[in-house]
Design a protein around this ligand. Sequence first.
Ligand code: GLY
Ligand code: MN
Ligand code: MN
Length: 441
Amino acid sequence: MQTEAPDELFSAHLRELAARTGEALDATGHEAVVFHSGGLRLVDFDDYPYPFKAHAAFRLWAPITDTPDCFVAFQPGRRPRLLFNRPEDYWHKVAALPGGAWAREFEIEPVADLAAARAALAPGGRTAFIGDATGFGDWGFAAVNPPALLTRLDYARARKSPYEIACLREANRLGARAHVAAARAFAAGDSEYGIASAYMAAIAVREQELPYNPIVALNEGGSVLHYQVLERVAPADHRSLLIDAGASFAGYPSDITRTYAFSDPEFALLVGRMDEVQQALCAGVRAGVDWRDLHLTAHRLIAELLHDCGLITVDAEEAVETGLSAIFLPHGLGHLLGLQVHDVGGTLASPQGGTIPRPAGHPNLRLTRVLDEGFVVTMEPGLYFIDSLLASARAGSHGRHIDWERVAQFAPFGGIRIEDNLAVTATGCENLTREAFRTLS
Ligand code: GLY
Ligand code: MN
Ligand code: MN
């Protein structure tokens, strides 16, 4: 897997990051801040670790994804320091000191263990610590994860630098390449495990290197929103595949979903109609748009589709108003995408905090902010046949507005989700995902 960051954009990224972090420190009464990459967590009573995921606030500074117990120390006006963990360890391969252009932006100091890091950092004064707090309470930091500082930094993370967008673009290229291989495995009749393996082999990654465990759902599995099983045996019948899987580049993820019909023409038509809905929604993305409005527009478009396909018997407006559309689309339209797949700050009202409320009846929406240039979001409308939600609907007032024969016809296909990653511009957006698929073909 490639992990080299686009060096030429990194300096500008770091300068901007230093400026905004300096302002946040000033505003919250701190003079410096230390970011920790995180520690290894060992399985109880044994000495092998859970997969390591470096802390996002640390990765914003340094594209180091695989080395625990590193620190970035930043004080405005000084060159940032990178304390790089180089233990004496003959059980594991010790990582080499980072090289390359990005690393030259830092004062790099190897440290052999946490005691050496503590001595080198000598925390005191008004220095804040940000990271997994475990074990840092008595190091002498003025504050550990102070909420006012975190909120300011989280709020600013929504707007990505050109460096970050370049990384997200690369993550989409990797993801698209893997998705094409997965689609081929599905067409060949492979199992969920076989399809996931083809996905990972195409970009030479192991599962723990993916930004999240891939969702590879055949047939009814597509109705489980975060389906986590990888069946080893192919089903007797291939009807549909819903695959939600990403890839990482320099710590930045893609988050891509595609749904395929195996051979059924009616389901293929429904997937095609959902693709049109998704593209119409993408066309509405630009700076200044309130994401909540777009989410409600998605519900209207999907309700129209449900009506056109004979799945519901009331018009779109009534279906959205009464919550009927939410039976078929119970998740949000999308979320901020960044160092975390579900990136931070999606509902923050301002750098000082506060929450922008979700529309009534839409508790799962993760993004309620007005879009700005540099935001990167996912656009992921869905339409599902979820047993438990349909059963409650049938028992309640929605029951008579649903055509149950039509539902029974589509339920064996599970559901549909189509998800792209969009970088917002002043006048529209760059669809990182479609562009990645386009340049492959
Ligand atoms: N892959 C999880 C999501 O789409 O939000
Ligand atoms: Mn996804
Ligand atoms: Mn997503």
